[in-house]
Design a protein around this ligand. Structure first.
Ligand code: GTP
Length: 668
């Protein structure tokens, strides 16, 4: 078992006992060091912003040599969705003069259109700030690297990567909502990374804010000392003056050695049209200068550093990066595939020990992506290539379907990730796609002991050569936090979704905490929406992947006039097959227009039909309406019909509109 898992198991067993156990030995906060500390804030934000020191070196304006490791703090902001991370990040950037106050762009670090529209953070963003603070009796300049992270469970991979570059984290909790499921998940990510954790109770301006209740929850769930919690309102600015002093006082400087050979951790990469591949890096040991020759420990490939600098928060060249600093490099990499996240980069001709890196991203959900118009395959191919340059956590392989033509099978970190990927394809690359019903990776075991991992239900042979002896499905450990009055309905929902209860306890007098092992398939489709709706929006939910479990799975085929539609096949638990089959055929009936002949829609397991609907034949031809000899009207009608047909998919002689594929995504 990995250290991560061991630590996590030990801790998670602790959580079930909450306050009854003293955990003082494992107190996750690094006690404030005995510095005397005075902070010289005034009402005017500008008076405590410190400008970075300038450097006379050609081409660089900021002198990073003024910031040895002891004057650097690297920290993340972590929290449950919407608890105010990005707003707090904005305020800190304003306080330090990194961005202008009233820059007119809320959530400055949420740069993607999809992030702004949905009000969520999808990509972790780094910003370097400069700040003067009275430390050990004298005014000292500090370089602070802030990483704003996503809150949604699908993007927890981004959070764990970000934490690798940090020594501390601000754990933000909404003063009214209190500890939620992702607060728990993010706390453990930070704790297992040995980070100093500073609790920040935010949104104290809300009328329903109850900071004392939240302090008690932090104590009972994480053994965090209530007196360490900072009370803030990122909206009104109340309490914000305590945040940066706490970061400087309580988070240790980065531990690397400036005299050791260079080792830098590759945190992220993206493709810029003008500069090429830009890598975000954390300098663990040594120093990097513009013009240095570096080498990737993973590929052995060498590069010359053409540009190096910090994210302030835009790219600002500095010519160097020193131990403990976080910044960017441009080094002539041609594709982001060369920039392996978690790789160690070092100077050529030096022997170093690679850094531990990251666990590879795990794909939880797979779906086929096809061009809405079959002839757009090349355009979609190009769009996917470009987008995966900036989101390496998506896996892509080519596949083909009789119904949809040539397309791609893509692996995502979760449904929201899949949704965001679709939206970005459309908004950033103008690609219109049809996606197939999301599926999870099942394993089928045959009598010759061979195993088949199935990411596309259509690829599961209906008549295998060898006898099927076992099926396995992935499971997750789900954490659910809800107001106590909804416990009954949530237990019913989880039982319907084949969940096995592992833990059930109370965080305080009003909130219950539950843990379930659940098949991943059951939470992929619509679980969260249903959970929200039965709890009037009060439930919070998080999950982490767990092991495979034996299951009784069947392949459910959809047939139109006897012909299977491969893109609509799905794998379900046998007990769910009749309901899912019925729902699928009913939905399809609503979306398939009447045609000149009768259409029989069936759901079948092997040769056994379990649900059936019929779309009756149309009596008249559309053109028959155009009696008389109005040829232009006839032509117009035919043109319109042709346009509509172009966007239809055909199976046998049956035309299926795109909406039918979209609707099937929602059947659980
Ligand atoms: N009343 C009040 N609202 C706040 C405060 N801080 C943030 N908000 C609001 O809360 C909402 C969510 O804030 P964000 O900063 O986007 O939250 P987040 O945690 O970054 O969200 P994700 O990135 O999606 O996880 C926004 O509407 C903010 O304006 C606060 O201190 N008080």
């Amino acid at each position: 078992m990995s250290i991560f898992k061991r630590a996590s198991r030990a801790l998670r067993s602790k959580i079930s006992l909450f306050s009854s156990i003293s955990t003082s030995n494992s107190h996750p906060i690094i006690s404030p060091r005995p510095y005397s500390f005075h902070f010289c804030y005034t009402q005017n934000a500008a008076s405590f912003c410190s400008r970075p020191r300038q450097n006379s070196k050609e081409g660089s304006t900021i002198d990073l040599e003024q910031y040895p490791s002891d004057n650097i703090r690297n920290f993340s902001i972590i929290a449950h969705v919407d608890h105010g991370k990005s707003t707090l990040a904005d305020r800190l950037l304003e306080l330090t003069g990194t961005i202008r106050k009233g820059h007119g762009q809320p959530q400055y670090l949420d740069k993607l259109q999809v992030e702004r529209e949905r009000g969520i953070t999808v990509k972790a963003q780094t910003a370097t700030m400069f700040h003067c603070h009275k430390f050990l009796g004298s005014d000292t300049d500090f370089l602070l690297n802030l990483i704003d992270t996503p809150g949604h469970v699908d993007f927890s991979y981004e959070v764990s990567r970000s934490l690798a570059a940090c020594q501390g984290a601000l754990l933000v909790v909404d003063a009214a909502q209190g500890v939620q499921a992702q607060t728990v998940a993010n706390f453990y990510l930070a704790f297992e990374s040995n980070l100093a954790i500073i609790p920040v109770i935010n949104k104290i301006d809300q009328p329903t804010a109850d900071p004392d209740r939240v302090k008690a929850q932090l104590k009972s769930m994480f053994d965090l000392d209530p007196s360490d919690a900072l009370l803030t309102s990122a909206k009104t600015g109340q309490g914000l003056e305590q945040v940066l002093p706490a970061v400087i006082e309580r988070i240790p400087p980065p531990p690397g050695k400036s005299t050791s050979p260079l080792r830098m951790l590759l945190l992220d990469s993206y493709y810029d049209e003008y500069k090429g591949v830009i890598c975000h890096v954390a300098i663990v040991d040594g120093a990097l200068h513009k013009g240095d020759k570096i080498c990737s420990a993973a590929t052995g490939q060498s590069y010359e550093v053409n540009d190096v600098g910090i994210l302030h928060p835009e790219l600002v060249p500095t010519g160097i990066l020193l131990t403990g600093q976080v910044g960017y490099i441009v080094s002539g990499m041609r594709s982001t595939k060369e920039a392996r996240i978690g790789d160690t980069l070092h100077h050529t001709r030096t022997v170093i020990q690679s850094l531990p890196g990251f666990k590879p991203a795990k794909h939880m959900v797979f779906s086929g992506l096809y061009p809405a118009d079959g002839s757009d395959f090349e355009a979609l191919n190009h769009a996917i290539e470009r987008l995966t340059c900036n989101d390496a956590s998506v896996s892509v392989t080519k596949e083909s379907s009789t119904a949809l033509g040539l397309g791609f099978r893509c692996g995502f970190l979760g449904l929201l990730h899949m949704d965001v990927f679709h939206q970005r394809l459309e908004q950033e690359h103008g690609a219109h796609v049809i996606s197939t019903v999301p599926t999870v990776p099942y394993i089928f075991e045959y009598s010759d002991e061979s195993k088949l991992q199935v990411q596309n239900p259509a690829a599961l042979p209906s008549n295998p050569k060898n006898r099927l002896v076992a099926c396995w499905e992935p499971t997750v450990i789900a954490t659910i936090i809800i107001p106590s009055e909804y416990v009954g309905s949530v237990i019913t929902l989880c039982a319907e979704r084949r969940g096995e209860q592992l833990e059930y306890s109370f965080i305080d007098s009003q909130r219950a905490f539950m843990k379930y092992r659940m098949p991943l398939r059951e939470i992929v489709v619509d679980f969260y929406n249903e959970l929200k709706s039965i709890t009037s929006g009060y439930a919070s939910f998080d999950y982490e992947d767990s092991e495979y479990q034996a299951s009784d799975l069947v392949k459910l085929d959809i047939l139109l006039n006897g012909q299977p539609v491969d893109a609509m096949a799905t794998i379900v638990h046998r007990s769910k097959a009749p309901r899912v089959g019925r729902e699928l055929v009913e939905k399809l009936k609503k979306f398939i227009d009447r045609q000149m002949f009768e259409i029989i829609i069936q759901a079948a397991i092997g040769s056994k039909v379990i649900a059936r609907e019929t779309v009756s034949a149309m009596r008249k031809n559309v053109l028959a309406k155009c009696y008389g000899g109005d040829i232009t009207r006839k032509k117009k009608l035919l043109e319109k019909q042709k346009e509509g047909k172009k966007r239809m998919k055909r199976v046998g002689s049956v035309d299926i509109p795109q909406e039918a594929f979209h609707e099937l995504l929602k059947v659980s």
